[in-house]
Write a protein that binds this ligand. Structure first.
Ligand code: ADP
Ligand code: ASP
Ligand code: MG
Length: 409
């Protein structure tokens, strides 16, 4: 039988009524002749609550126990979804990650999927089960411990199942009806895109558009999964994420993304000598700090300022790593100055490959609103700037207007 993967995010399974609503969509597909693998998230807010409990119990927690706790939200919704389907006379059962098994690396809190063993689920389908409900976001390490895939990881579970089971489609049901030119919660002129290419979606996701987890887009691109984002609450057509060759419209800029919780850290008066960047960024990487943008200022009398950005909740870790490196005599600097009130705004579009002037237009739009740019980075299909967080919404809206995105489709 043809097979579909349907993933329901937290708001789509936030209570029993919503689980029933989601189950009704699944039942429709079963009646249309599909076997279905349903991937569920935890109820909205539940994972945040579990994370907070872990932090309250143990600030420097054992990541294996963190995973044991935060993976549990999905166990509840998987069981409830299977029960709801059974109540609707749809033969269904639930599976936790370890039962499948979905085997991951042992990188707790950010594990990567290594393989999905199909045999047990295939056997149940062969016996007449029509829906396998799988708890998203979780797996089992080679050591036999429960792992999680990083926040938003159920999207990745869904795409991985779609690839492993050669599904006809992977439908991601969420609380918006597709991928928009920017977050529709921030800009009421945001427009839904009927299609978006894998590469652009990958950039938007990695630059903060949390509608899909970055890793899920990577996997979809690699295995050519037909990925669709659509609403749990309407029957509107969604957005197809597909190969660039299937996207008809040619746009210079397709979207604006933002990342709210960034920090800018500057080490002042660092000796400007060969090896200094390695001496700084080596220990930061070892401490698990995700450094994003880097700027080294012009050198004055053999000394320079080194600036980098990282997630705001990693500033303390960065500070500790730098003070320890200075203590060990590996790097000298005068002061470490952290600005924890910055945000990153990015414009993304494959049209940038062939069009000049995108950066100029972006900077003009920001300066027109009196917004100061602190750091700039570019790649082939995106430009990102760091600005004061208090201007974040204004910047997103100004850039959306500057690139005429209200006319996108
Ligand atoms: P789920 O719980 O279903 O996984 P998420 O909250 O993870 O849902 O992702 C959906 C949210 O992503 C939307 O509510 C929206 O606020 C946000 N979002 C950010 N950027 C975009 C975008 N470009 N298009 C659509 N949604 C976006
Ligand atoms: N429940 C997890 C989270 O909130 C995974 C997911 O919903 O995708 O991050
Ligand atoms: Mg999500």
């Amino acid at each position: 039988m043809p097979l579909l993967v349907m993933k329901f995010g937290g708001t789509s399974v936030a209570d029993i009524a919503r689980i029933r609503n989601a189950a009704a969509k699944v039942k429709r597909e079963v009646e249309a002749g599909y076997d279905v693998i349903v991937i569920v998230s935890a109820m909205a807010g539940r994972t945040n609550e579990l994370v907070a409990w872990v932090n309250e119990t143990s600030p420097l927690y054992d990541a294996r126990e963190y995973d044991a706790v935060v993976s549990s939200g999905e166990n509840v919704t998987a069981g409830l979804m299977a029960l709801t389907l059974q109540e609707m006379d749809v033969p269904a059962r639930s599976w936790q990650g370890w039962q499948v098994p979905l085997v991951t690396t042992a990188a707790h809190g950010a594990a990567r999927i290594e393989r999905i063993e199909r045999a047990a689920i295939d056997a149940k389908f062969a016996e007449g089960m029509r829906v396998a409900v799988v708890a998203g976001f979780q797996g089992i390490s080679p050591e036999g411990r429960i792992t999680t895939l990083g926040r938003g990881g159920s999207d990745t579970t869904a795409v991985a199942f779609a690839a492993a089971f050669e599904a006809e489609r992977c439908d991601i049901y969420t609380d918006v009806d597709g991928v928009y030119t920017t977050d529709p919660r921030l800009c009421d002129r945001a427009r839904k895109l009927s299609r978006i290419g894998f590469e652009e979606m990958l950039e938007l996701a990695s630059l903060g558009a949390k509608v899909l987890q970055t890793r899920s887009v990577e996997l979809a691109m690699r295995y050519n999964v037909r990925l669709q984002v659509r609403s749990s609450f309407s029957d509107e057509p969604g957005t197809l994420v597909c190969g660039e060759e299937e996207v008809m419209e040619s746009r210079v800029v397709s979207g604006v993304a933002y990342s709210r919780d960034e920090a800018e850290v500057t080490l002042t008066s660092v000796a400007d000598r060969p090896g200094i960047a390695a001496a700084i960024f080596g220990p930061l990487a070892e401490a698990g700090v995700n450094v994003d943008m880097i700027v080294q200022n012009i050198s004055d009398a053999g000394h320079t300022d080194m600036t980098f950005s990282c997630p705001v909740d990693q500033v303390k870790r960065a500070e500790a790593a730098m003070l320890a490196a200075r203590e060990r005599g590996e790097v000298g600097f005068e002061a470490l100055v952290a600005d924890t009130n910055v945000a990153k705004i990015s414009v993304v579009g494959i049209g940038m490959r062939s069009h000049a002037g995108v950066a100029a237009r972006m900077f003009r739009a920001l300066s027109g609103e009196g917004i100061n740019i602190k750091v700039i980075t570019t790649s082939e299909i995106k430009i990102s700037v760091l600005i004061d967080r208090k201007y974040m919404e204004l910047a997103v809206q100004a850039l959306h207007d500057a690139f005429g995105l209200e006319n996108a489709a």
